[in-house]
Design a protein around this ligand. Structure first.
Ligand code: CA
Length: 471
């Protein structure tokens, strides 16, 4: 049956756009339902990442919409790209080692066959190195070996045992049991549809048990987003609707909960447990670390893109690599836990960014950062264009930081929009670069065009323009 859960956004056209939008809509809905606008009094820090990459180097493809990631025993990380319908694997140094699903991310191999995906939204690795993927719009889980070879699959659309309304985050315990968040929040003519539960399976996909429902009772969900097995084999669930982290027995009996520390009130999105039991929770712009029993340790941002990063997922490898998926800048950032002598994540580079309750400061906007920043982008060009004809736009990009911005790129996207990706290169501190880009508009009518500027170390900015395209 056609999905009655996700076809209600009424935005975009074509299955690929719709899919990406559906996930975006879910997260947006999550943000709206994250009612507890908790401003924390805790300090948030900026730590130097060990590494950031976007997958375009080596034999990897540029990462697109990384919605989930999971590390293996060797510290390698598998990334599920929601709108590219594929999985890519990277070594801890960011070098690519595997791709499967739709290799080019262009839809040619997206589908419902074995090893194909429609909107992968969760990923986990078991102790044998097998990889489990929540294949959300196929309403199933697929299991692969570490070489990406298909092993088995289970699930179909529905609310019955072993069926899925929308499988998202997933984790595996030491015995190989698989836990899946099955949850959706969507708006349609019929109103707001909200559904959430955890399902447990054997490693072969046999249904074991399920628990949870949406509600206000103890152990009930506002909206479950992430699942992680702790070091005792209990199950942690992040709840963006109630801003809480909740612990259950492996059978689903409620044990305890603690409030999630959401600086920006976008809702907890994912969580992970490290080898010592510490819990890492991903929020939209930051990650918070708790002790195993829920005591706040630290909160940190991804330097260079504070305020606009879209942290979709977090995982911690046994070595202590903290991997963060940033779905706004389409890249992975690695922080090193306890691997540097300067502190738990490396030296803090913005010790002054103490969160003041009620402050309107963007995270990281205070303090003396030795950093490059791309915040100002201006686009000039005609508001009207002729269909199928190239129109030139001038883009001004400023680096308002105090060090060089590297790897600056410009991409122009939109419905029926065709333009070459431009490599701008480096921009010195305080300097502005002007770039011309030729844009072909293939669809008539009012077209929303996005001029996306990204960089290797200075964040980025997107400028939206509505252009009237005449036949
Ligand atoms: Ca996860």
């Amino acid at each position: 049956m056609a999905s009655r859960y996700l076809n209600s956004t009424g935005v975009g056209s074509g299955p690929r756009f719709e899919r990406a939008w559906a996930i975006g809509a879910i997260l947006f809905a999550v943000a709206l339902t994250g009612l507890s606008l908790s401003h924390s009094a805790h300090a948030y820090e900026q730590y130097n990442p060990a590494l950031t990459w976007d997958g375009s180097g080596g034999t990897g493809k540029s990462i697109r919409s990384p919605w989930a990631l999971a590390s293996d025993a060797d510290g390698r990380v598998y990334v599920a790209e929601n709108s590219a319908d594929r999985i890519q694997g990277f070594n801890p140094d960011g070098t690519h080692f595997i791709t499967w699903g739709d290799p080019n991310g262009d839809g040619a191999y997206a589908g419902s066959g074995n090893g194909q995906f429609r909107g992968p939204a969760g990923i986990a690795v078991d102790s044998a190195g097998n990889v489990y993927v929540s294949d959300s719009r196929n309403y199933r889980i697929q299991k692969f070996n570490s070489d990406g070879e298909f092993i088995t699959k289970w699930g179909s659309e529905g609310t019955g045992n072993g069926q899925f309304v929308f499988p998202t985050d997933i984790d595996v315990d030491k015995a190989g049991n698989v836990y899946v968040v099955d949850a959706v929040s969507s708006y349609s003519e019929g109103g707001h549809f909200l559904f959430g539960r955890i399902q447990k399976f054997t490693s072969d996909g046999n249904f074991v048990t399920k628990w949870g429902s949406i509600g206000t009772g103890q152990g009930q969900f506002g909206f479950p987003t992430g699942v992680a097995v702790d070091t005792d084999g209990n199950i942690l669930v992040s709840d963006s609707g109630k801003e809480a982290i909740r612990r259950y027995t492996p059978g689903g009996a409620f044990i305890e909960e603690w409030p999630a520390e959401d600086r920006d009130a976008y809702g907890a999105r994912d969580l992970a447990v490290d080898a010592s039991g510490s819990v890492f929770v991903a929020f939209a712009t930051n990650v918070v670390k708790y002790t195993a029993d829920g005591q706040y340790v630290t909160g940190f941002f991804v330097p260079g893109e504070t305020g606009s990063a879209n942290v979709a997922a977090v995982d911690v490898s046994p070595q202590g690599y903290v991997y963060v998926a940033d779905s706004y800048f389409d890249r992975i950032t690695r922080f090193d836990l306890d691997l540097t002598p300067d502190g738990p994540f490396g030296p803090p580079i913005d010790p002054g960014s103490t969160d003041d309750p009620g402050s309107t400061d963007k995270p990281g906007s205070t303090g003396k950062l030795n950093t490059a920043r791309i915040r100002k982008v201006k686009v000039r060009g005609p508001k009207k264009a002729k269909r199928g004809k190239k129109t030139t736009y001038k883009v001004k990009i400023k680096n308002s930081g105090n060090t060089i911005a590297k790897g600056v790129k410009l991409k122009v996207v939109g419905k029926g929009v065709k333009a070459k990706k431009k490599s701008v290169g480096k921009i010195a501190a305080g300097k502005t670069r002007k770039v011309k880009v030729k844009v072909k508009l293939k669809k008539p009518g009012k077209v929303k065009v996005k001029f996306k500027v990204k960089s290797g170390n200075a964040g980025g900015k997107t400028v939206k323009k509505t252009i009237k395209v005449k036949k």
